[in-house]
Ligand binder design. Structure first.
Ligand SMILES: *Cc1c(COP(=O)(O)O)cnc(C)c1O
Length: 411
């Protein structure tokens, strides 16, 4: 897909033609304030020290890079399997990578003297991370969540409420993440002076995609040092699931300049190729053709849409991957062929989760299971020299109902 204009990747907030700041004028004031505040924080040793202290002592960084020896052996059995390491973000406080970004933005809210944060959430993980950090820092917290997602993720709703957050169910549209984002935007417009919008992925208007990526870049920095220590060489491949794309960008960013390192983002292929049945935005090569560049929720990127430009409905067994747009930096990396994107089905992700549970003793989040499935499906294309890091973005407790049902269906 060719856009009519090209903007150098060095323009802040732009990734080639993607990204930008497509918002109503009322939101320009808080976005510029946030951008300034983030610029100050980046070079403020006190902010960085506080951020790193919370990552270490509150969230539990650094996370291990674990050799998945039985998964490696299992795949080697069927042919050319690679050597696989897992970046264990599932071991972080609240059970997923999302706490990294929540801590960073929570500290920015304090720095901007805003006593209240709001957030949107799909799987509930970002809502839990936000409610957790808000409680820890003494901030008021409101979380918007589609009622479809509330039903799928009841445990996370209880966790947020126990942490003192107000959870507001959103009944509009498909009652999932994009609808929750619309409601959160509406709240923000009304309450900008007191409220910071703690966005949960590398989405939205500038500075969010860059800032959220930077808060997660500890994932890749640690993984790079850990793999060099363990194997004395760089990985050949990085795999991560891509909802909005924050855990993937967190892993990829530190390796972008290492041309030998292939990066693969795995999207939700859902139940099939037709629009409405999946959330694959960059997997056109596999026949998922519903996505075109467009503007959604403040940023210019690939968006699943109808011929008329209406936002398409999406489906994934995993709430965290169920979103019609993808972070603008991923759109750029795909256009540049610096990263590759493909999709795996609901069924493949469920199988991968079970395989990881039984080979490694780790029940992954359904989102992360997509990344595992992506590696499994490519097994024939690997050689024994290949060294793969999979970002295990979260743990699977929240998905146990779905797993139980799928196990029940095939004993
Ligand atoms: C939210 C979530 C994701 C998807 O979000 P990204 O921004 O694409 O990382 C992936 N894994 C887990 C465990 C999540 O909670």
């Amino acid at each position: 897909m060719v856009s009519q204009f090209t903007i150098p990747a060095t323009v802040p907030g732009r990734f080639g033609p993607y990204g930008g700041r497509y918002v109503p004028e009322t939101l320009m004031v808080p976005l510029l304030e946030l951008e300034r505040s983030y610029e100050v924080a980046k070079s403020d040793p006190e902010f960085q020290a506080r951020f790193n202290d919370l990552l270490k002592n509150f969230a539990g960084r650094p996370t291990p890079l674990q050799l998945a020896s039985r998964l490696t052996a299992y795949l080697a059995d069927s042919g050319n399997g690679p050597k696989i390491y897992l970046k264990r973000e599932d071991l972080l406080h609240t059970g997923a990578h999302k706490i990294n970004n929540a801590i960073g933005q929570g500290l920015l809210a304090v720095q901007m003297k805003k006593p209240r944060v709001i957030a949107e959430t799909g799987a509930g993980q970002h809502g839990v991370a936000t409610a957790t950090v808000a409680a820890h820092l003494g901030l008021e917290c409101t979380v918007y969540m589609g009622t479809e997602d509330m039903a799928r993720q009841a445990l996370n709703v209880s966790r947020m409420r126990m942490l003192g957050a107000e959870v507001i169910g959103v009944e509009s549209g498909s009652r999932t993440l994009k609808d929750a984002i619309n409601e959160a935007m509406r709240d923000w417009v009304t309450n900008v002076r007191t409220t910071h919008y703690l966005l949960g992925s590398v989405l939205g208007a500038h500075p969010y995609p860059t800032m959220v990526r930077d808060f997660h870049s500890c994932i890749g920095r640690e993984a790079r040092a850990q793999i060099l220590a363990a194997e004395k060489r760089l990985p050949t491949h990085l795999f991560a699931c891509v909802g909005g794309g924050s855990n993937a960008m967190g892993l990829f960013h530190e390796f972008l300049k290492d041309e030998s390192v292939k990066m693969v983002g795995i999207e939700a292929g859902g139940r099939g190729n037709e629009l409405g049945e999946h959330a694959a935005r960059l997997a056109a090569a596999q026949g998922f053709t519903g996505a075109r560049p467009g503007v959604l929720q403040g940023t210019y990127t690939y968006v699943l849409q109808t011929d008329d430009g209406q936002i398409a409905t999406t489906h994934s067994v995993s709430a965290g991957l169920d979103y019609p747009a993808i972070g603008p930096e991923h759109a750029w990396l795909a256009d540049q062929h610096r990263a590759e994107y493909s999709a795996v089905t609901d069924a493949a992700a469920l199988d991968a989760a079970q395989l990881l549970a039984r080979t490694e003793g780790i029940i992954p989040a359904l989102e992360s299971a997509h990344a595992i499935a992506g590696v499994i499906e490519r097994t024939p294309q690997f050689t024994r020299e290949d060294l793969v890091i999979i970002n295990l973005s979260g743990r699977g407790d929240k998905d146990m109902d779905t797993y139980s049902r799928s196990l029940g269906e095939k004993p």
